[in-house]
Design a protein. Structure first.
Length: 156
């Protein structure tokens, strides 16, 4: 695969008959009032030669600070509209969200003000049913949700 690549984790849990997935909302002033189509699995870019699964675990820790363990299932890579390829692994896990904490980034805000401010990379996380998640997640990642849904249905 050429071009920019990200690696991430799609955590899921069962609530009654429903499957819920954990998504993160991008931090920073640009995303503050946006909701539909902007959430994402916790993920980040990795360097050529870096193990994608190791990168996915690192990005999960950096973006959520949540504990995570289980049987990781590789999902089919997806290409987002930006051209970036996302490699992802699904895992059944139900971490306590009270320990959520994201790393930060700095940017000039407001633009051209000369003021450098720090913002969380992910400002919040939440559990969503698959139907709601398909609306909230960035469109290029919907196939990850669909594949997870198909795999879980096949396993009965």
């Amino acid at each position: 695969m050429s071009g920019r690549q990200s690696a991430g984790i799609l955590a899921y849990r069962f609530r009654g008959n429903e499957v819920e997935v954990l998504l993160g909302h991008p931090g920073g002033p640009f995303w503050k009032n946006k909701d539909i189509g902007v959430w994402s699995i916790p993920k980040g870019e990795f360097e050529p030669g870096e193990d994608p699964f190791t990168a996915a675990q690192r990005e999960w820790k950096e973006e959520t600070n949540l504990p995570l363990s289980g049987n990781f299932i590789p999902l089919t890579p997806v290409r987002q509209k930006s051209g970036k390829t996302v490699l992802a692994w699904a895992v059944e896990s139900d971490p306590d969200l009270s320990t959520f904490c994201s790393n930060t980034f700095e940017t000039e805000w407001p633009p051209k003000s000369g003021n450098i401010q720090s913002f969380p990379e992910v400002d919040r996380v939440g559990w969503f049913t698959l139907d709601v998640a398909k609306e909230k997640i960035t469109p290029g990642q919907v196939p990850l949700l669909e594949e997870l849904e198909m795999r879980l249905q096949a396993n009965g």
